[in-house]
Design a binder for this molecule. Structure first.
Ligand code: PXP
Length: 239
C-alpha cells in the first residue's frame, strides 16, 4: 500500500494572510490524520511565510508522524535537531520562489548535505532528499547516508503533451528503480493532483506520496457548502 503524506502549509498560508489564528494547520493536520493520512508534512521556510516555529512544535506533540521539509541551513538544522521530527526532507529553497523549484543538487553539494544528514540521523531523524528523477542525483544520494529520496514529480505534473508526460513518467520510473536497487526508500511528490496521481501510483518502487496544494484546494471546495450552511443557520436563528 502506498502511504500518503499530507502537506498542510497552505492552511497556514491562509491564516498568515489575515494574521489571525484561523485556519489552524494543526487542526487541519489532525483531520487529515483522522481521514487516514500516514504522515503530516510542513515546510518551515526561512522567511516563515506560512508555517511558524510554534506550528512545528505543536505538530510534533500532536501528530503521529511528522515530516519536516527544510533547507540545509544552520538555523533550520538547529531547529530540526531540537524538535526532532520523525523525518526530515531536505529541499532547496530560494527566497523568491512560490514553491520549491527543482530538486536538491546533491552532486554539487555532497559535503554539505552529508554533514546535515549525519547531524539529523544522530538525533534519530530519518532523512529524505528531494531530488529530480535524475540517475546521477540518485546515485550520489546513496553517498550522503540518507535513507530515502523523494522524486520530484513537478515536470511530470506540468507536462502539457501526452508525449512529454510519458517521457517524464519514464524518468521517474527509472529513477525509482535505481534508487530502490541502491537500497534507498522512494517517495514522490510535487504538483500531484487527483487527475495525475493514478499513473504515479502504478510505479511499484514508490512507497509514499507527498501531496499538499491540490488536497487543500479540494478541501476548500468540498467544505464550502457545509461552511455556508453553518453560517446561514446562525444568521437565520437570530431573526
Ligand atoms: N514534496 C516537497 C519536497 C515539496 O517541497 C512540496 C511542496 O511543499 C510537496 C511535496 C507538495 O507539493 P504540492 O503542494 O504541489 O502537492
Amino acid at each position: 500500500m502506498v502511504r500518503l503524506g499530507v502537506n498542510v502549509d497552505h492552511v497556514a498560508t491562509v491564516r498568515q494572510a489575515r494574521g489571525v489564528p484561523e485556519p489552524d494547520p494543526l487542526e487541519a493536520a489532525l483531520l487529515a490524520q483522522r481521514a487516514g493520512a500516514d504522515s503530516i508534512i510542513v515546510h518551515l521556510r526561512e522567511d516563515r511565510r506560512h508555517i511558524q516555529d510554534r506550528d512545528v512544535r505543536l505538530l510534533r506533540k500532536k501528530v503521529k508522524r511528522l515530516n519536516l521539509e527544510m533547507a540545509v541551513t544552520e538555523e533550520i538544522l538547529k531547529i530540526a535537531c531540537r524538535i526532532k521530527p520523525d523525518q526530515a526532507t531536505l529541499v532547496p529553497e530560494k527566497r523568491q520562489e512560490l514553491t520549491t523549484e527543482g530538486g536538491l543538487d546533491v552532486t554539487g553539494n555532497l559535503r554539505k548535505i552529508s554533514q546535515a544528514v549525519k547531524r539529523l540521523k544522530k538525533k534519530d531523524i530519518m532523512v529524505s532528499l528531494f531530488i529530480d528523477p535524475d540517475l546521477k542525483q540518485v546515485k550520489t544520494s546513496t553517498k550522503t547516508g540518507a535513507q530515502m529520496v523523494e522524486l520530484h514529480t513537478g515536470c511530470y505534473a506540468e507536462a502539457k503533451s501526452k508525449k512529454k508526460k510519458g517521457k517524464e513518467l519514464t524518468r521517474i520510473s527509472r529513477a525509482a528503480k535505481e534508487a530502490r536497487e541502491l537500497g534507498l526508500a522512494v517517495s514522490a511528490g510535487h504538483g500531484l493532483t487527483y487527475r495525475n496521481v493514478p499513473r504515479i501510483v502504478k510505479i511499484p518502487e514508490i512507497e509514499e506520496l507527498n501531496i499538499g496544494h491540490n488536497i487543500i484546494a479540494r478541501a476548500v471546495m468540498v467544505g464550502m457548502k457545509q461552511a455556508v450552511k453553518e453560517m446561514l443557520n446562525l444568521i437565520k436563528r437570530r431573526r
